[in-house]
Design a protein around this ligand. Structure first.
Ligand code: B1M
Length: 212
């Protein structure tokens, strides 16, 4: 669909004003939020990542693209989050220690809120102790971790181990996700679940909390 390509191209150029306008227009034209997200915004970020890897574009371009991604997400947020759902439990989320990527983590937060969970978002570069302290203090049933760098993935294991060390494994379940993370990796480090995207994270969190 033409408008999704236009959104993608504007995002890749970092033209956040155009991304806002085009996303609003796509919504008004009846394109679903999921389609705009998957085929417009996320697809564009994948291209940005690929071009960055090939040194065709540089860090400031990626930052501008991220700003444009947030502009699009801002338009879609009310459509992804359904305000009137009663609370289904608490989930602590964050990007793991050393990781400053937060777009995917924020999407997970939006979708979880939309599904009725209370989300405590610790932000990015979150130390293992902060994840576990927050879960214990808030009585959260799930810790959700995001990592976008292969170098920060080991921090997920540290959180899983800390949950165990503190004897919280029965009450606090862990879910991991992010581009370099896989189901195999989740199993390897002893995490309770793996979410391949934000919508799937909601499905997995519901399973962890025994909600159908
Ligand atoms: Co960076 N970066 N970055 N970056 N960046 C990647 C990840 C990279 C793959 C680019 C590349 O080289 N092709 C590469 C990592 C290589 C690797 O480790 N193998 C990379 C690098 C190298 C770096 C720096 C080291 C660059 C440098 O400084 N030289 C640096 C590191 C900073 C740090 O974290 N310490 C860096 C910095 C940045 C910016 C700050 C410029 C910016 C981030 C801005 C921000 O987040 N506010 C940035 C960006 C934007 C990217 C790319 C281009 C896009 C990431 C993104 O937001 N995607 C990325 C390339 C790529 O991934 N294609 C890249 C869109 C987002 C919706 O997807 O986060 O994957 P994602 O989330 C998905 C799923 O993964 C899943 O759901 C979402 C979809 O619904 N998901 C979960 C995510 N978390 C989940 C948690 C769950 C479940 C599902 O359960 C809890």
């Amino acid at each position: 669909m033409g408008i999704l390509i236009e959104i993608s191209e504007s995002l890749q150029r970092g033209d956040f004003e155009n991304v806002t306008a085009l996303t609003e227009r796509a919504v008004a034209d009846g394109v679903s939020a999921k389609e705009i997200l998957d085929a417009g915004l996320i697809a564009a970020m994948d291209t940005v990542g690929e071009r960055f890897r090939k040194h065709e574009i540089f860090l400031p371009d990626v930052l501008l693209a991220a700003k444009a991604m947030y502009a699009g997400m801002d338009v879609l947020k009310p459509l992804l989050a359904d305000a009137d759902v009663p609370s289904r439990g608490k989930v602590v989320i964050g990007s793991v220690r050393g990781d400053l990527h937060d777009i995917g983590k924020n999407l997970v937060g939006i979708m979880l809120r939309g599904a009725g969970f209370d989300v405590i978002d610790l932000g990015n570069d979150v130390a293992p102790e902060r994840f576990v302290d927050a879960a214990a203090d808030e009585g959260a049933g799930v810790i959700g971790m995001s990592a976008l760098l292969t170098t920060t993935m080991p921090a997920m294991k540290a959180v899983v181990e800390l949950v165990e060390e503190r004897g919280l494994s029965d009450d606090v379940k862990t879910i991991v996700g992010g581009a370099p993370v896989s189901a195999d990796f989740a199993r390897e480090i002893g995490a309770d679940a793996y979410g391949f995207d934000a919508a799937n994270a909601v499905v997995r969190v519901k399973e962890l909390m025994d909600i159908s």
